[in-house]
Write a protein that binds this ligand. Structure first.
Ligand code: NIG
Ligand code: FE
Length: 383
Protein backbone atom coordinates (compact mmCIF):
# COMPACT_ATOMS: atom_id res chain seq x y z
CA UNK A 1 0.00 0.00 0.00
CA UNK A 2 1.43 3.41 -0.98
CA UNK A 3 1.36 6.47 1.28
CA UNK A 4 -0.81 9.44 0.35
CA UNK A 5 -0.23 13.09 1.29
CA UNK A 6 -3.41 15.17 1.41
CA UNK A 7 -2.32 18.78 1.38
CA UNK A 8 -3.91 22.22 1.06
CA UNK A 9 -6.66 21.45 3.59
CA UNK A 10 -8.32 24.78 4.40
CA UNK A 11 -9.91 23.46 7.59
CA UNK A 12 -8.98 20.08 9.05
CA UNK A 13 -11.34 18.90 11.78
CA UNK A 14 -9.46 16.06 13.46
CA UNK A 15 -11.69 15.61 16.54
CA UNK A 16 -8.47 14.50 18.19
CA UNK A 17 -8.10 16.17 21.57
CA UNK A 18 -4.52 17.27 21.16
CA UNK A 19 -4.71 18.22 17.46
CA UNK A 20 -8.09 20.02 17.37
CA UNK A 21 -9.03 21.90 14.20
CA UNK A 22 -6.18 23.12 11.98
CA UNK A 23 -6.09 25.70 9.19
CA UNK A 24 -3.91 25.22 6.08
CA UNK A 25 -3.19 21.66 7.11
CA UNK A 26 -2.06 18.38 5.63
CA UNK A 27 -2.14 14.72 6.56
CA UNK A 28 -0.31 11.62 5.47
CA UNK A 29 -2.18 8.34 5.16
CA UNK A 30 -0.17 5.13 5.22
CA UNK A 31 -1.16 1.50 5.58
CA UNK A 32 -4.81 2.46 5.95
CA UNK A 33 -4.02 4.70 8.94
CA UNK A 34 -3.39 8.37 9.59
CA UNK A 35 0.40 8.57 9.85
CA UNK A 36 1.02 12.31 10.21
CA UNK A 37 -1.04 15.50 10.74
CA UNK A 38 0.28 19.08 10.71
CA UNK A 39 0.67 22.31 8.75
CA UNK A 40 0.88 22.02 4.95
CA UNK A 41 4.20 23.86 5.07
CA UNK A 42 5.76 21.09 7.18
CA UNK A 43 4.29 18.10 5.37
CA UNK A 44 6.68 15.19 4.75
CA UNK A 45 7.00 13.51 1.35
CA UNK A 46 4.76 10.59 0.42
CA UNK A 47 4.38 8.22 -2.54
CA UNK A 48 1.45 10.23 -3.87
CA UNK A 49 0.12 13.70 -3.11
CA UNK A 50 -3.23 15.37 -3.65
CA UNK A 51 -3.85 19.08 -3.11
CA UNK A 52 -7.44 19.75 -2.05
CA UNK A 53 -7.11 23.46 -2.67
CA UNK A 54 -8.52 24.92 0.53
CA UNK A 55 -11.33 22.42 1.04
CA UNK A 56 -12.50 21.34 4.49
CA UNK A 57 -11.69 17.78 5.56
CA UNK A 58 -13.58 15.90 8.27
CA UNK A 59 -13.51 12.34 9.63
CA UNK A 60 -15.74 9.91 7.73
CA UNK A 61 -19.25 9.70 9.13
CA UNK A 62 -20.04 6.79 11.42
CA UNK A 63 -23.67 5.78 10.90
CA UNK A 64 -24.30 3.63 13.96
CA UNK A 65 -27.95 2.76 13.24
CA UNK A 66 -29.33 1.50 9.92
CA UNK A 67 -31.77 -1.20 8.82
CA UNK A 68 -30.52 -1.95 5.32
CA UNK A 69 -31.49 -5.60 4.87
CA UNK A 70 -34.97 -5.38 3.39
CA UNK A 71 -36.96 -5.58 0.20
CA UNK A 72 -39.94 -3.56 -0.98
CA UNK A 73 -41.12 -0.02 -0.72
CA UNK A 74 -43.42 1.89 1.64
CA UNK A 75 -43.72 5.22 -0.13
CA UNK A 76 -47.53 4.99 0.01
CA UNK A 77 -47.32 4.71 3.81
CA UNK A 78 -45.12 7.81 3.87
CA UNK A 79 -47.54 9.73 1.66
CA UNK A 80 -50.44 8.71 3.92
CA UNK A 81 -48.49 9.96 6.95
CA UNK A 82 -47.86 13.28 5.30
CA UNK A 83 -51.64 13.45 4.77
CA UNK A 84 -52.20 12.97 8.51
CA UNK A 85 -51.90 9.26 9.34
CA UNK A 86 -49.78 8.48 12.44
CA UNK A 87 -46.68 6.26 12.46
CA UNK A 88 -47.25 3.12 14.54
CA UNK A 89 -44.57 0.72 13.39
CA UNK A 90 -47.32 -1.48 11.92
CA UNK A 91 -45.76 -1.21 8.46
CA UNK A 92 -42.77 -3.24 9.64
CA UNK A 93 -44.79 -6.39 8.85
CA UNK A 94 -45.22 -5.22 5.23
CA UNK A 95 -41.44 -5.10 4.88
CA UNK A 96 -41.11 -8.48 6.59
CA UNK A 97 -43.33 -10.08 3.95
CA UNK A 98 -41.34 -8.49 1.10
CA UNK A 99 -38.02 -9.41 2.69
CA UNK A 100 -38.98 -13.05 3.20
CA UNK A 101 -40.05 -13.25 -0.45
CA UNK A 102 -36.73 -11.82 -1.72
CA UNK A 103 -33.76 -13.92 -2.78
CA UNK A 104 -30.37 -13.57 -1.10
CA UNK A 105 -29.14 -11.79 -4.24
CA UNK A 106 -32.04 -9.32 -4.11
CA UNK A 107 -31.17 -8.47 -0.50
CA UNK A 108 -27.45 -8.26 -1.28
CA UNK A 109 -28.11 -5.89 -4.19
CA UNK A 110 -30.29 -3.63 -2.06
CA UNK A 111 -27.79 -3.46 0.79
CA UNK A 112 -24.99 -2.79 -1.69
CA UNK A 113 -26.96 0.01 -3.32
CA UNK A 114 -27.61 1.69 0.03
CA UNK A 115 -24.05 1.25 1.34
CA UNK A 116 -22.74 2.89 -1.86
CA UNK A 117 -25.32 5.66 -1.56
CA UNK A 118 -24.19 6.28 2.04
CA UNK A 119 -20.50 6.19 1.10
CA UNK A 120 -21.08 8.86 -1.53
CA UNK A 121 -22.46 11.03 1.24
CA UNK A 122 -19.40 10.48 3.42
CA UNK A 123 -20.31 7.44 5.52
CA UNK A 124 -17.24 5.28 5.98
CA UNK A 125 -18.59 3.01 8.75
CA UNK A 126 -22.15 1.74 8.88
CA UNK A 127 -23.97 -0.49 11.32
CA UNK A 128 -26.54 -2.80 9.71
CA UNK A 129 -29.38 -4.54 11.56
CA UNK A 130 -31.46 -7.55 10.75
CA UNK A 131 -35.09 -7.37 11.85
CA UNK A 132 -37.18 -7.83 8.73
CA UNK A 133 -36.83 -11.61 8.68
CA UNK A 134 -38.33 -12.59 12.04
CA UNK A 135 -37.78 -16.31 11.48
CA UNK A 136 -34.67 -18.28 12.33
CA UNK A 137 -33.71 -18.73 8.69
CA UNK A 138 -34.58 -15.18 7.58
CA UNK A 139 -32.79 -13.49 10.48
CA UNK A 140 -29.72 -15.67 9.95
CA UNK A 141 -29.54 -14.88 6.23
CA UNK A 142 -30.17 -11.17 6.84
CA UNK A 143 -27.12 -11.06 9.09
CA UNK A 144 -25.06 -13.16 6.71
CA UNK A 145 -25.79 -10.64 3.94
CA UNK A 146 -25.14 -7.67 6.26
CA UNK A 147 -21.76 -9.18 7.22
CA UNK A 148 -20.66 -8.99 3.61
CA UNK A 149 -20.75 -5.19 3.96
CA UNK A 150 -19.79 -4.36 7.55
CA UNK A 151 -18.36 -5.77 10.75
CA UNK A 152 -20.96 -3.78 12.70
CA UNK A 153 -23.90 -6.16 12.39
CA UNK A 154 -26.81 -6.21 14.81
CA UNK A 155 -29.29 -8.99 15.54
CA UNK A 156 -32.76 -7.41 15.77
CA UNK A 157 -34.95 -10.52 15.76
CA UNK A 158 -36.93 -8.67 18.43
CA UNK A 159 -38.13 -5.95 16.06
CA UNK A 160 -41.83 -6.81 16.26
CA UNK A 161 -43.75 -10.00 17.03
CA UNK A 162 -44.57 -11.56 13.64
CA UNK A 163 -48.23 -11.76 12.66
CA UNK A 164 -49.99 -14.68 14.33
CA UNK A 165 -47.19 -15.45 16.82
CA UNK A 166 -47.58 -15.48 20.59
CA UNK A 167 -45.40 -12.68 22.07
CA UNK A 168 -43.85 -14.76 24.86
CA UNK A 169 -43.26 -17.78 22.64
CA UNK A 170 -41.68 -15.55 20.00
CA UNK A 171 -39.45 -13.88 22.62
CA UNK A 172 -38.31 -17.34 23.75
CA UNK A 173 -37.48 -18.22 20.13
CA UNK A 174 -35.47 -15.00 19.75
CA UNK A 175 -33.55 -15.75 22.96
CA UNK A 176 -32.92 -19.38 21.99
CA UNK A 177 -32.73 -20.92 18.55
CA UNK A 178 -32.77 -17.63 16.63
CA UNK A 179 -29.98 -16.14 18.71
CA UNK A 180 -27.87 -19.29 18.27
CA UNK A 181 -28.24 -18.99 14.48
CA UNK A 182 -27.66 -15.23 14.45
CA UNK A 183 -24.83 -14.78 16.94
CA UNK A 184 -22.00 -16.06 14.70
CA UNK A 185 -22.80 -13.27 12.22
CA UNK A 186 -23.51 -10.46 14.69
CA UNK A 187 -21.58 -8.11 16.94
CA UNK A 188 -24.63 -6.58 18.65
CA UNK A 189 -28.09 -7.47 19.92
CA UNK A 190 -30.96 -4.96 19.75
CA UNK A 191 -34.64 -4.90 20.73
CA UNK A 192 -37.54 -2.56 20.00
CA UNK A 193 -38.69 -1.81 23.56
CA UNK A 194 -42.00 -0.03 23.04
CA UNK A 195 -45.65 -0.67 23.69
CA UNK A 196 -46.84 -2.56 20.61
CA UNK A 197 -43.43 -4.20 20.22
CA UNK A 198 -41.59 -5.78 23.20
CA UNK A 199 -42.37 -5.22 26.89
CA UNK A 200 -39.62 -4.20 29.34
CA UNK A 201 -39.44 -7.78 30.65
CA UNK A 202 -39.23 -9.28 27.16
CA UNK A 203 -36.67 -6.64 26.13
CA UNK A 204 -34.51 -7.38 29.15
CA UNK A 205 -34.66 -11.11 28.39
CA UNK A 206 -33.56 -10.52 24.79
CA UNK A 207 -30.67 -8.25 25.74
CA UNK A 208 -29.48 -10.53 28.56
CA UNK A 209 -29.58 -13.55 26.25
CA UNK A 210 -27.59 -11.63 23.62
CA UNK A 211 -25.03 -10.50 26.19
CA UNK A 212 -24.68 -14.08 27.45
CA UNK A 213 -24.01 -15.14 23.83
CA UNK A 214 -21.16 -12.63 23.63
CA UNK A 215 -22.95 -9.76 21.86
CA UNK A 216 -22.94 -6.11 22.91
CA UNK A 217 -26.30 -4.54 23.74
CA UNK A 218 -28.11 -1.63 22.09
CA UNK A 219 -31.80 -0.77 22.12
CA UNK A 220 -34.61 1.04 20.32
CA UNK A 221 -36.01 3.04 23.22
CA UNK A 222 -38.51 5.80 23.95
CA UNK A 223 -39.33 6.36 20.28
CA UNK A 224 -43.11 6.48 20.21
CA UNK A 225 -43.72 7.44 23.83
CA UNK A 226 -42.15 7.56 27.28
CA UNK A 227 -41.06 4.22 28.70
CA UNK A 228 -38.43 2.23 30.56
CA UNK A 229 -36.18 1.46 27.55
CA UNK A 230 -33.51 4.06 28.23
CA UNK A 231 -33.19 3.08 31.87
CA UNK A 232 -33.01 -0.59 30.90
CA UNK A 233 -30.16 0.26 28.51
CA UNK A 234 -28.25 2.07 31.23
CA UNK A 235 -28.87 -0.71 33.79
CA UNK A 236 -27.53 -3.35 31.39
CA UNK A 237 -24.54 -1.24 30.29
CA UNK A 238 -25.76 -1.04 26.68
CA UNK A 239 -23.44 0.79 24.30
CA UNK A 240 -26.31 2.93 23.04
CA UNK A 241 -29.95 3.84 23.56
CA UNK A 242 -31.39 4.84 20.20
CA UNK A 243 -34.20 7.28 19.32
CA UNK A 244 -34.61 8.88 22.81
CA UNK A 245 -37.49 10.95 21.46
CA UNK A 246 -39.55 10.93 24.67
CA UNK A 247 -37.22 11.30 27.65
CA UNK A 248 -38.02 12.08 31.29
CA UNK A 249 -35.67 14.09 33.48
CA UNK A 250 -34.67 10.79 35.11
CA UNK A 251 -33.82 9.30 31.69
CA UNK A 252 -31.59 12.27 30.86
CA UNK A 253 -29.89 12.01 34.26
CA UNK A 254 -29.37 8.25 33.84
CA UNK A 255 -27.77 8.72 30.41
CA UNK A 256 -25.56 11.55 31.60
CA UNK A 257 -23.99 9.46 34.36
CA UNK A 258 -23.48 6.34 32.24
CA UNK A 259 -21.37 5.07 29.34
CA UNK A 260 -24.53 4.54 27.30
CA UNK A 261 -24.61 6.86 24.29
CA UNK A 262 -27.88 8.59 23.37
CA UNK A 263 -28.17 8.02 19.62
CA UNK A 264 -30.59 10.47 18.05
CA UNK A 265 -32.20 9.69 14.69
CA UNK A 266 -33.72 12.90 13.37
CA UNK A 267 -34.52 11.34 9.99
CA UNK A 268 -37.20 9.34 11.82
CA UNK A 269 -38.81 12.40 13.36
CA UNK A 270 -38.66 14.12 9.98
CA UNK A 271 -40.37 11.27 8.13
CA UNK A 272 -42.92 10.49 10.83
CA UNK A 273 -43.63 14.17 11.52
CA UNK A 274 -42.89 13.68 15.21
CA UNK A 275 -41.35 16.06 17.73
CA UNK A 276 -37.55 15.95 17.68
CA UNK A 277 -35.62 14.65 20.72
CA UNK A 278 -34.31 17.21 23.19
CA UNK A 279 -30.65 17.09 22.22
CA UNK A 280 -29.93 20.26 24.20
CA UNK A 281 -31.13 18.73 27.47
CA UNK A 282 -28.91 15.68 26.86
CA UNK A 283 -25.84 17.72 25.93
CA UNK A 284 -26.31 20.21 28.73
CA UNK A 285 -26.59 17.34 31.23
CA UNK A 286 -23.31 15.90 29.93
CA UNK A 287 -24.68 12.86 28.06
CA UNK A 288 -22.78 11.56 25.03
CA UNK A 289 -24.88 12.14 21.91
CA UNK A 290 -24.54 10.39 18.56
CA UNK A 291 -26.43 11.04 15.33
CA UNK A 292 -27.38 8.28 12.90
CA UNK A 293 -29.75 7.84 9.95
CA UNK A 294 -31.99 4.92 11.05
CA UNK A 295 -32.12 4.23 7.30
CA UNK A 296 -35.11 1.92 6.72
CA UNK A 297 -38.04 1.86 4.28
CA UNK A 298 -40.63 2.81 6.92
CA UNK A 299 -39.70 5.51 9.39
CA UNK A 300 -36.59 7.10 7.84
CA UNK A 301 -35.64 6.32 4.27
CA UNK A 302 -32.52 8.47 4.17
CA UNK A 303 -28.92 7.29 4.02
CA UNK A 304 -27.61 10.83 4.35
CA UNK A 305 -25.58 11.77 7.41
CA UNK A 306 -25.22 15.38 6.11
CA UNK A 307 -29.03 15.60 6.11
CA UNK A 308 -29.13 14.36 9.72
CA UNK A 309 -26.47 16.90 10.71
CA UNK A 310 -28.52 19.69 9.14
CA UNK A 311 -31.69 18.52 10.94
CA UNK A 312 -29.84 18.28 14.25
CA UNK A 313 -28.56 21.82 13.92
CA UNK A 314 -31.80 23.40 12.71
CA UNK A 315 -34.39 21.35 14.58
CA UNK A 316 -32.57 20.09 17.68
CA UNK A 317 -30.53 23.16 18.55
CA UNK A 318 -27.19 21.41 18.31
CA UNK A 319 -24.32 23.62 17.23
CA UNK A 320 -22.67 22.69 13.91
CA UNK A 321 -19.62 21.51 15.86
CA UNK A 322 -21.71 19.37 18.23
CA UNK A 323 -23.59 17.81 15.32
CA UNK A 324 -20.40 17.00 13.41
CA UNK A 325 -18.90 15.41 16.52
CA UNK A 326 -22.09 13.39 17.12
CA UNK A 327 -22.13 12.12 13.51
CA UNK A 328 -18.51 10.94 13.63
CA UNK A 329 -16.90 10.54 17.07
CA UNK A 330 -20.32 10.06 18.70
CA UNK A 331 -21.19 7.22 16.34
CA UNK A 332 -17.80 5.64 17.07
CA UNK A 333 -18.54 5.78 20.80
CA UNK A 334 -21.96 4.23 20.18
CA UNK A 335 -20.13 1.35 18.50
CA UNK A 336 -17.44 1.33 21.19
CA UNK A 337 -14.76 2.00 18.60
CA UNK A 338 -11.65 4.12 19.19
CA UNK A 339 -10.08 3.69 15.74
CA UNK A 340 -12.71 5.65 13.80
CA UNK A 341 -14.63 8.94 14.14
CA UNK A 342 -11.48 11.07 14.44
CA UNK A 343 -8.31 11.83 12.49
CA UNK A 344 -5.66 11.54 15.18
CA UNK A 345 -2.40 9.78 14.31
CA UNK A 346 -3.07 6.05 14.25
CA UNK A 347 -6.77 6.40 13.43
CA UNK A 348 -8.20 4.53 10.46
CA UNK A 349 -7.69 6.66 7.36
CA UNK A 350 -11.38 7.43 6.81
CA UNK A 351 -12.07 10.99 5.75
CA UNK A 352 -14.30 13.22 3.68
CA UNK A 353 -13.17 16.12 1.50
CA UNK A 354 -15.96 18.69 1.37
CA UNK A 355 -16.78 21.03 -1.47
CA UNK A 356 -16.76 23.79 1.13
CA UNK A 357 -14.23 25.80 3.12
CA UNK A 358 -15.71 24.76 6.48
CA UNK A 359 -17.64 21.89 8.04
CA UNK A 360 -20.29 24.41 9.11
CA UNK A 361 -21.47 24.24 5.50
CA UNK A 362 -22.99 20.80 6.16
CA UNK A 363 -25.84 22.58 7.95
CA UNK A 364 -25.44 25.97 6.29
CA UNK A 365 -26.05 24.48 2.82
CA UNK A 366 -28.57 21.70 3.52
CA UNK A 367 -29.49 19.40 0.67
CA UNK A 368 -26.43 20.35 -1.38
CA UNK A 369 -24.06 17.50 -2.36
CA UNK A 370 -20.97 18.80 -0.55
CA UNK A 371 -19.04 15.52 -0.44
CA UNK A 372 -16.27 15.87 -3.03
CA UNK A 373 -14.26 12.77 -2.17
CA UNK A 374 -14.23 9.97 0.38
CA UNK A 375 -11.18 8.07 1.58
CA UNK A 376 -11.88 4.80 3.38
CA UNK A 377 -9.12 2.73 4.90
CA UNK A 378 -6.64 4.93 3.07
CA UNK A 379 -8.21 4.23 -0.33
CA UNK A 380 -9.91 6.88 -2.41
CA UNK A 381 -13.41 5.49 -2.76
CA UNK A 382 -15.35 8.03 -4.68
CA UNK A 383 -14.82 11.38 -6.34
O1 NIG B 1 -36.01 2.39 14.11
N1 NIG B 1 -38.69 1.54 15.54
C1 NIG B 1 -38.47 0.48 15.04
N2 NIG B 1 -37.86 0.23 13.90
C2 NIG B 1 -37.56 1.18 12.87
C3 NIG B 1 -38.68 1.39 11.93
C4 NIG B 1 -38.89 0.24 11.08
C5 NIG B 1 -39.99 0.38 10.06
O2 NIG B 1 -40.94 1.18 10.19
O3 NIG B 1 -39.88 -0.41 9.12
C6 NIG B 1 -37.05 2.47 13.47
O4 NIG B 1 -37.61 3.56 13.30
FE1 FE C 1 -34.14 1.79 13.99
Amino acid sequence: MTSLLVTGVGELTTLDQSLGTLADAALVLDGGRVAWVGPSSAAPAADRAVDVDGAAVIPGFVDSHAHLVFAGDRSAEFAARMAGEPYTGGGIRTTVAATRAATDDDLRANVGRLVTEALRQGTTTIEIKSGYGLSVADEERSLRVAREFTGETTFLGAHVVPAGADPDEYTALVCGEMLRAAAPHARWVDVFCESGAFSPEQSEAVLRAGIAAGLGARIHANQLGPGPGVRLAVALGAASADHCTHLSTADVAALSTSDTVATLLPGAEFATRSPYPDARALLDAGATVALATDCNPGSSYTSSMPFCVALAVREMRMTPAEALWAATAGGAKALRRTDIGHLGVGARADLVVLDAPSAVYLAYRPGVPLVRAVVRNGELQWQ
